[in-house]
Design a binder for this molecule. Structure first.
Ligand SMILES: Nc1ncnc2c1ncn2[C@@H]1O[C@H](COP(=O)(O)OP(=O)(O)OP(=O)(O)O)[C@@H](O)[C@H]1O
Ligand SMILES: [Mg+2]
Length: 301
């Protein structure tokens, strides 16, 4: 009896074990299936990756080629721009020069109508000449031929000289200049090019300001750099306009207040000149309350 009971229990255990074995076999089968499908997924992923890396490589090569083409085309555009501007300058200079001579004693020789046309010829040729000079500057700077003659010098003397030149134009609009120059170490700069920078900042301050206002120019030393500030009481520059300010052909919301000419190239040239000096230029402005343009130049250490 006891033996029989033992035998049945054993039989039960064997059946249980057989069941477990079956289940684990099924699990093993399922695991293998998962493993296989993972493997094929991995293979597919690998192929996809290889394909996209190939496409990226192709696209990179295409981009490099079109970049090179664009660079060459840009060089060609600069060369063409430079040649056209250069060749047009002489004949245009003659038109301006002769119309100026004619204007000198035209009042007795011409009637009002003829005088009006002559003044237009003089004014227009003058504007065209400054546009050509700006285009020539851009082509020189962009083709990397801006050859700076860096020398230590006095920024105060340079600015005084330019202020004197612009005093007459400013006086016509009842605009006054005020200068405050701190004692600073001499910066290194190319005199003609910084003349050009100061000219554009002064002419802008006059051009966009209303009559009977003040322009403040200061020089200081900050963080090992010479710093020049030109502050006006004009319309200022809106937040929206500020990022466009130093781009080419940007005539923004502020328009000349006395019919002065405006091509929108001045500040883009100014920025390139300051960059070439390893300085910085920026503007701070509360729209409606004037603008302050500042630029820095490295000191001669
Ligand atoms: N001081 C300023 N106050 C308000 N707006 C200004 C001032 N300076 C420049 N701007 C705005 O930025 C634009 C670009 O100035 P930028 O000097 O490049 O060109 P421009 O003076 O119009 O022409 P150009 O200098 O080529 O004769 C101007 O047309 C004007 O709208
Ligand atoms: Mg300007």
């Amino acid at each position: 009896m006891n033996e029989e009971k033992k035998y049945r229990e054993l039989e039960k255990e064997i059946k249980l074990l057989q069941k477990k074995l079956k289940r684990s076999e099924a699990n093993r089968f399922q695991l293998q299936e998962i493993k296989d499908s993972n493997q094929s997924l991995l293979n597919k992923l690998f192929i996809d990756l290889e394909e996209s890396s190939h496409t990226i490589k192709n696209q990179k090569e295409e981009l490099e080629t079109s970049n090179k083409e664009l660079f060459e085309l840009n060089q060609l555009k600069n060369k063409f721009l430079g040649m056209a501007a250069h060749d047009l300058r002489n004949p245009l200079g003659s038109i301006r020069g002769f119309s100026e001579i004619l204007l000198e004693d035209a009042e007795d020789a011409m009637d009002e109508e003829q005088l009006k046309w002559l003044r237009i010829i003089y004014k227009t040729s003058n504007e065209m000449l400054s546009l050509l000079n700006e285009l020539l500057d851009i082509s020189v700077i962009e083709s990397g031929k801006l050859d700076l003659k860096l020398k230590p010098g006095s920024l105060g003397e340079l600015i005084d000289g330019r202020v004197q030149i612009y005093q007459k134009v400013a006086a016509r609009k009842k605009i006054r200049f005020h200068t405050t120059f701190a004692e600073i170490l001499q910066p290194l700069f190319d005199e003609n090019r910084i003349d050009q920078v100061v000219d554009n900042l002064l002419s802008n301050a006059i051009k966009f300001s209303p009559l009977d206002t003040d322009i403040y120019i200061s020089i200081e030393q900050e963080d090992g750099m010479a710093k020049v500030n030109v502050r006006d009481q004009g319309p200022g520059i809106s937040e929206e306009d500020q990022p466009k300010l130093f781009g080419e052909f940007q005539k923004l919301s502020a328009r000349p207040t006395a019919n002065e000419s405006s091509t929108g190239l001045g500040l883009s040239i100014v920025k390139k000149i300051i960059d070439a000096h390893k300085g910085e230029i920026w503007v701070k402005s509360t729209p409606g309350a004037g603008a302050t343009f500042s630029f820095t130049l490295p000191l001669d250490k």
